[in-house]
Design a protein around this ligand. Structure first.
Ligand code: C2O
Ligand code: CU
Ligand code: CU
Length: 502
C-alpha cells in the first residue's frame, strides 16, 4: 500500500501524547476515530467546537516598554508563562503567553540600537529559549536549541542592530523537541526594526498584523497534536489576527495604509488578497524592496513576512480573504484554506486628507554576487511501516536533526549558493538562522523562473517537486540552524546545523 492510500484509509488518526512523536503502534491505532480533533472530520467539513466573536475593533499590539533611559538602548523583560484568555464566549483557554499575552508584545526599535532583553522562563517543567527569527544577532544570543533556559530561570539576550538592518522580524521559542507546542500554545511576537530615515510616508501608518492559528476543543482547551498534525503540521480551526477573529478596521476613503503581515502559524499557508483594494508589496522579511511591486494576491508560507501598502479607494466594505492554495496534504481532513475573512475594513464615505504618493524608489539592494561554494539540501519524507509500527521522518540530505552533529562547515563573509531541493509530497518553507538571503530562482518540472523582485528573506517556500536556489552570506561566526518552518517537521528532524567559522 502506498503512503497516500495508507493514510487515506484512516490510519492517520490520533496520537495521544506529543512525546510519542510520529510513531505509533498498530494496535494502538484507533481506526476511524478522530478522537478529540474536532476541527476537521473525515468528510473535510470544518466543525468548530467553539464560536469566536467576530467584528470587534482591531486591537493594536501593545508595545513592549523600553525600560532604559539612555539613547540607542532598548532594555526590557519578557516572561514566558501560562495565562488564561477568553477566545470564545464563556470559555477560558489556558495558553502560554509572553508577559501574559498572545501574540506577545510588539517590540519596536530603531536600527543602530542595542537591545538587552531579560528572558524569564516560567513555563512549568519545560525548557525554552527566545529565538530572534531573521535578526542579525550573534550565534550565542540567538536562542538556539543548544542554549536552553531551564524552567524557573532567566537569561539576558543582548545584541546590536547595525544600520541597514531595518525589517519585520519576530521572536518565538526554539527549545529542542518543544518548539511546535510552545508556539501553537501562544508564544510568538513581532519585532520591528525601524529605519533611521523611512522612505514610506508617515501618513500611511504602520499596522502590524500577526496571523496565528487556533484550535479549540469544546471545553475551551487547546487539544494536543494528533498524527495528522505531526505529518502536515498543525493547522487550527480559526486564523486569528493579533489574537482576534476577523476584527474590523475603519478608515476614510482614499486612505493608504502600510501593513506588515506576519505568518506566525505552525503550518498554515496563507494566500491572501484584499477584495476591493489594490495591494503593493514594499518589503519582505528583511526590509524594504528596491521599488514597490503591485500584487493581486500574496502567498505567505509559515514564518514569512511581507510589508504592503493597501489603497482604500472606494467607500464600502473591503475584506482580507484567504484564497485556495494546495500545499500538498497527507491523509484526510485537508482544512478549508479558501474563503476565510481575516480582517474587515469599513471604508467610510468621508474622504481622507490627501495622502502623499508612494516613492518610486525605496532603497538600493546590492546583489550578493558570485558564490565561492555551492551546497545542496534535499528534503525528503519517509514512512516506514512494519506489522507493529509506523514512523514518519522528515529529512534533509537523508538525515534527521542531531544536535551533536555539524552538517555543514562554512566561513564568515563567504557568498554561497544554496540549492534547496524538495523531493517530498508537501511544500516545505525553508529557513536559515543568522542572516538574510536572496532568492535567485525557482525550478520546477524543468522550468526556471526568477522571483518578481530582489529582496532580503530568511524564509522561502519550496513547493513540492521544486528546487529553489538562493545566495547567502553569514557574517557572524558560530552554529546556526536551518530547517523547515512547519514546526512539526522541524521537530521531527527536518533541521540541520551549519558551523560558521571566523
Ligand atoms: Cu523561526 Cu529556527 O526559526
Ligand atoms: Cu529563525
Ligand atoms: Cu516541512
Amino acid at each position: 500500500m502506498d503512503r497516500r492510500s495508507f493514510l487515506a484509509a484512516g490510519v492517520a488518526t490520533v496520537l495521544a501524547s506529543p512525546r510519542a512523536i510520529a510513531q505509533m503502534k498498530m494496535d494502538e491505532m484507533p481506526g476511524m476515530d478522530m478522537g478529540g480533533h474536532t476541527g476537521h472530520d473525515m468528510d473535510g467539513a470544518p466543525k468548530s467546537a467553539a464560536m469566536l466573536p467576530e467584528g470587534q475593533a482591531l486591537r493594536e499590539l501593545p508595545l513592549l516598554a523600553n525600560e532604559a533611559n539612555s539613547p540607542r538602548l532598548f532594555r526590557a523583560n519578557l516572561t514566558a508563562e501560562p495565562a488564561m484568555v477568553r477566545f470564545a464566549d464563556g470559555l477560558d483557554t489556558p495558553i502560554l503567553g509572553y508577559n501574559g499575552m498572545s501574540p506577545g508584545p510588539l517590540i519596536e526599535v530603531t536600527e543602530g540600537d542595542r537591545v538587552e532583553i531579560v528572558f524569564t522562563n516560567q513555563i512549568p517543567e519545560e525548557t525554552s529559549t527566545i529565538h530572534w527569527h531573521g535578526m542579525p544577532v550573534p550565534a550565542d544570543q540567538d536562542g538556539n536549541p543548544m542554549d536552553p533556559v531551564a524552567t524557573g530561570t532567566e537569561r539576558t539576550y543582548s545584541f546590536e542592530l547595525p544600520e541597514g538592518t531595518a525589517g519585520s522580524y519576530w521572536y518565538h521559542p526554539h527549545p529542542h523537541g518543544k518548539t511546535a507546542e510552545q508556539v501553537y500554545r501562544g508564544l510568538a511576537g513581532a519585532f520591528v526594526v525601524k529605519p533611521k530615515a523611512d522612505p514610506i510616508p508617515a501618513e500611511y501608518g504602520d499596522t502590524v498584523l500577526v496571523f496565528t492559528d487556533l484550535r479549540l476543543a469544546a471545553d475551551g482547551t487547546m487539544p494536543d497534536n494528533t498524527m495528522v498534525d505531526l505529518m502536515n503540521g498543525r493547522v487550527g480551526d480559526h486564523v486569528l489576527v493579533n489574537g482576534q477573529k476577523n476584527p474590523a478596521l475603519s478608515v476614510p476613503f482614499g486612505t493608504k495604509r502600510r501593513f506588515r503581515f506576519y505568518n506566525a502559524t505552525n503550518a498554515r499557508f496563507l494566500r491572501l488578497s484584499f477584495d476591493g483594494a489594490p495591494m503593493t508589496i514594499i518589503g519582505t522579511d528583511g526590509g524594504l524592496l528596491e521599488a514597490p511591486v503591485a500584487a493581486k494576491d500574496v502567498l505567505l508560507s509559515p514564518a514569512e513576512r511581507l510589508e504592503l501598502i493597501v489603497s482604500f479607494e472606494k467607500p464600502g466594505t473591503v475584506t482580507l480573504n484567504t484564497l485556495d492554495y494546495d500545499r500538498g496534504w497527507m491523509g484526510a481532513g485537508r482544512p478549508a484554506d479558501a474563503g476565510l475573512a481575516l480582517l474587515t475594513v469599513n471604508v467610510s464615505d468621508t474622504p481622507a486628507e490627501a495622502f502623499p504618493p508612494l516613492p518610486e524608489k525605496l532603497r538600493p539592494i546590492a546583489q550578493l554576487g558570485t558564490p565561492a561554494v555551492s551546497r545542496r539540501f534535499v528534503f525528503t519524507e519517509t514512512m516506514t511501516m512494519s506489522a507493529t509500527d509506523m514512523q514518519m521522518g522528515f529529512l534533509i540530505n537523508g538525515a534527521a536533526f542531531d544536535m551533536g552533529r555539524i552538517d555543514v562547515v562554512s566561513k564568515t563573509g563567504q557568498v554561497e549558493l544554496w540549492e534547496i531541493v524538495n523531493k517530498a509530497d508537501m511544500d516545505h518553507p525553508f529557513h536559515v538562522h543568522g542572516t538574510q538571503f536572496q532568492v535567485v530562482e525557482h525550478e520546477r518540472g524543468g522550468q526556471v523562473s526568477k522571483p518578481a523582485y530582489l529582496g532580503w528573506k530568511d524564509t522561502v517556500n519550496v513547493a513540492r517537486g521544486e528546487t529553489v536556489r538562493l545566495l547567502l552570506r553569514q557574517d557572524r561566526p558560530g552554529r546556526r540552524m536551518y530547517h523547515c518552518h512547519i514546526l512539526e517537521h522541524e521537530q521531527l528532524g527536518m533541521m540541520g546545523v551549519i558551523d560558521v567559522q571566523a
